[in-house]
Write a protein of this length. Sequence first.
Length: 269
Amino acid sequence: MSTRITRRLGVFSVRLLAPLLLAPLMLAPAAMAAEGHGGEPAHVNWQDWKANNQIGDQASLQRGAANFANYCASCHSLKYLRYERMAKDLGIPDDLLRKNLLPDGAKPTDYMMVNFPKADAEAWFGKLPPDLSLITRSKGSDYVYQFLKGFYVDQSTATKTNNLALPGAAMPAVLSELEGVKRAVFAEQGAVGGHGGGPVVERFEVVAAGSLSPEKYDAFVRDTVNFMSYAGEPSQLQRNDLGIWVVLFLLVFTGFAWLLKREYWRDVH
Ligand code: HEC
C-alpha cells in the first residue's frame, strides 16, 4: 500500500518538479552558446574566430565603452542609446561619464549620435558609416570580431587596406596603431574557403607592429564587441540579473517542497 503511494508521489513530484527545474535552462539565453575550439588549423581559420562575449562582465563593458568612445564614435552612432542609460547600466559614475565619454557639447540625456556632416562622410569614404546599434544582432558578434581583426594592407583600394570579413570595406583600418599592420598571404586561386566562405589565408605577415601585443589587441576587440552587443540590446543585462534570481528562487523552492513532502509523509510510513 504505502509503496504504491510512494511510487505515485514519485511520479507526481517528478512531473511537478521537472518543468520547474528545466525552466532556468530554457531561460538562460545565448550566454551558454558554443565556445570556440582550439587546435592548430592548416590555414588561418579566421572564419572561426569567436568574440566569446561576456555580457555579465561589467569591467569589460566599461572598457568597451571607452574603446568605442575613443575609436569609433567619431564616425558611428548608437542612435537608440542615451549616454546616461549606458552610464547607469555599466556602473559608470557621472563625473567619469562627463570627463571621458561625453563628446564636447553633448548632454548625458542625448542619444549617442555623431555630429558628422553627411556629405563629408560620403565624400571621404564613398558611403556613410552605418549606425552600429543593431550590427551584432544583424550580423552576429563573431562577425564584428572578425571584421575588427580582419584588416590587411591592400594597395589597390582607396584606404590602402582591405578586410577579410567585408571585402572592399570602405572603413579605414582605424585600429592599426594598436594592432599593427599586416599583410595576408592568400592560398592558391581555387582553394576553397573555411566554413564561412571568404578568402583563404595561408598566413599573415607583420608589416609594422602595433602598440598592443596580439593578446592585448584581441582583448581590446573583445571588450569593444562586448559593448556593442550590450548596446544592441541594453535590457539583456537586466534579463541576465533576473535569470539568476529565478534560478535561486527555484532552488530554494525545491528545498521547501522537499521538506514539505517529508513532513506530509512522515506519518504515513
Ligand atoms: C573614420 C570613420 C570610421 C571610424 C573611426 C570607424 N568606422 Fe566603422 N565604418 C566606417 C565606414 C565608412 C563603414 C562602411 C564600410 C562599408 O560598408 O564598406 C564602416 C562600417 C563598420 C561596420 C559594418 C561592417 C559591415 O559589415 O557592414 C562595423 C561593424 C564597424 N564599422 C565597426 C567599427 C568600430 C567597432 C569602430 C571603432 C573601433 C569603427 N567602426 C570605427 C567608418 C569608420
